[in-house]
Design a binder for this molecule. Structure first.
Ligand SMILES: CC(C)(COP(=O)(O)OP(=O)(O)OC[C@H]1O[C@@H](n2cnc3c(N)ncnc32)[C@H](O)[C@@H]1OP(=O)(O)O)[C@@H](O)C(=O)NCCC(=O)NCCS
Length: 181
């Protein structure tokens, strides 16, 4: 099972079926906050859907396709992160994330993403890490920018969110550019 200690307060752990109710409750409490930028939120309308998602995620992790992990701050679930997809043959992976609205503004996600990147470059031997953000998602874009990612360009109308096509910026970090501290 994937588990990563970020610091004394924060830990990332792969989601398990026993997390279903906790994950669903957090999504349900944050529905309006999350649905602005994440396409799966409206469809995630019952614990059964969350359970199925966690089961699918386990299978995808075992197949080395993706990773879905919860973020625990002092043992409380505050959000999720993971790898949207691993492209092993090119040693590329894409990171995704979301945080409970009331836990924003403390640097939690920046620390989590930094820890995932450290792990990916040193243990998984990845060469390139991507983060895709809707151009209007300022808070999300601030994370790769704060960590020194470079914007490779904009994919036009690369997402359909709440009936609107949105452009997305691709940010990238290369192993040769990453400085572990
Ligand atoms: C995107 C999202 C995770 C960003 O959350 P966030 O709280 O802004 O990001 P962080 O946890 O890294 O916190 C950064 C903030 O904490 C502050 N901060 C405090 N201590 C910090 C530290 N040690 N390190 C970094 N930032 C710190 C930063 O200044 C920043 O505050 P600011 O926005 O007032 O400038 C959150 O807004 C979210 O879940 N949005 C909805 C879902 C979503 O859009 N997901 C991404 C789809 S691509």
């Amino acid at each position: 099972m994937f588990k990563l200690k970020v610091d004394d307060e924060i830990e990332i752990r792969m989601l398990k079926e026993s997390d279903t109710e906790t994950v669903f409750a957090l999504v349900d409490r944050n529905r309006e906050h999350l649905r602005r930028w994440l396409i799966w939120v409206d469809a995630s309308d019952s614990p059964d859907i969350t359970r199925q998602y966690i089961r699918d995620s386990k299978r995808r992790y075992e197949n080395k396709e993706a990773l879905s992990a919860g973020i625990w701050l002092n043992d409380e679930l505050v959000g999720a992160t993971g790898v949207v997809q691993y492209e092993w043959h090119n040693r590329i992976m894409e990171i995704g994330y979301w945080l409970s609205a009331d836990q924003q503004g403390k640097g939690v996600m920046t620390k989590v993403v930094k820890a995932l990147i450290d792990d990916a470059f040193s243990n998984l031997k990845m060469n390139r890490i991507e983060i895709h953000c809707a151009t209007g998602n300022t808070r999300s874009r601030a994370i790769p920018e704060r960590l020194g990612f470079k914007p490779d360009g904009v994919m036009r109308e690369a997402g359909l969110i709440n009936g609107q096509f949105v452009d997305k910026v691709i940010y990238s970090m290369l192993a040769s550019e990453w400085k572990t501290s």
